[in-house]
Structure formats: C-alpha cells, structure tokens
Design a protein. Structure first.
Length: 144
C-alpha cells in the first residue's frame, strides 16, 4: 500500500502500525544492529511510484525501515513524503545486476542501487530476507 506520510495524520500512522507493527524501541534497534538504511539511489520504479518521482528534478533516493511484521520503503517527491508499506508475507526481494536490488509487492516495485563496497547495505538486505523467512510458514499448503 502506498501512502502519503507527509502530514501527521493519526489514521495513516495507525494503519501502518496495524499492518507492520509498532516501530522498534531503541533497545531493540541496538540489539538488531540497526533497522534501516537510507539514501539508496532509485534506478527504476513501478508506474504508480514513477509518476510521483518524475514530478521534480531531484535525485530519486529511498530509505528502508524494518518493522516487526514488514518493511517501510520511504521516498520523497516535491515536498511530500511517501511510504510503501510492505508486510513480509507480500514482500519479494531480488538481487538483480551486480549492484542492484529490487523490492516488489503486488503491482509496486522499486529497483535501487547498492555499490559493492557498501557492505552494510548488502548485510541489511540479507537481514530483511532472514526476517521474511522467519515470518513465512515453511509449508503453507502442507496437507496432512
């Protein structure tokens, strides 16, 4: 779900918390070794997201924040802030070319660059995949 999070709208933040869980506490953030990355250059995006990104001439970058039940992918367009709310069960993460990752959910996707020397960002993507695996049943259609 793509949401405008520019304004402190309690209903929007309640909806995000309902889908992804409340943000991690400082103690949990430290224990996990960080729960986010920022300033990832966007190389390509789905039509809905691209239509927002082309409204200005700024460099298109995104940030990712982990939550207990999913991730938030945030970006800005003009003076507005947007968040793609992705629960783990809908998340698909691909490692494309040598320095590119792609996050997909339903009809939305964002491809972003991560340089080889940015080891923290590569480790963070592995951390997201591990969390997704932890929240995904091993055999969802297993019939006994």
């Amino acid at each position: 779900m793509l949401l405008n999070v520019s304004y402190h709208n309690k209903e929007v933040f309640r909806k995000i918390d309902e889908i992804l869980g409340k943000p991690f506490t400082l103690k949990e953030r430290l224990k996990r070794g960080g729960i986010g990355v920022g300033r990832l250059p966007i190389n390509e995006a789905s039509v809905q997201i691209n239509n927002l990104l082309i409204l200005d001439n700024n460099r298109n970058v995104c940030g990712i924040e982990m939550r207990p039940k999913g991730i938030l992918v945030g970006f800005r367009s003009l003076l507005e802030s947007y968040a793609l709310v992705i629960p783990y069960y809908k998340l698909t993460l691909y490692k494309g070319r040598a320095e590119e990752y792609s996050i997909h959910m339903d009809t939305y996707f964002i491809k972003f660059g991560v340089r080889k020397k940015e080891k923290f960002n590569h480790k963070f993507m592995a951390k997201i995949l591990a969390e997704k695996a932890r929240h995904t049943p091993s055999h969802p259609h297993d019939v006994s």
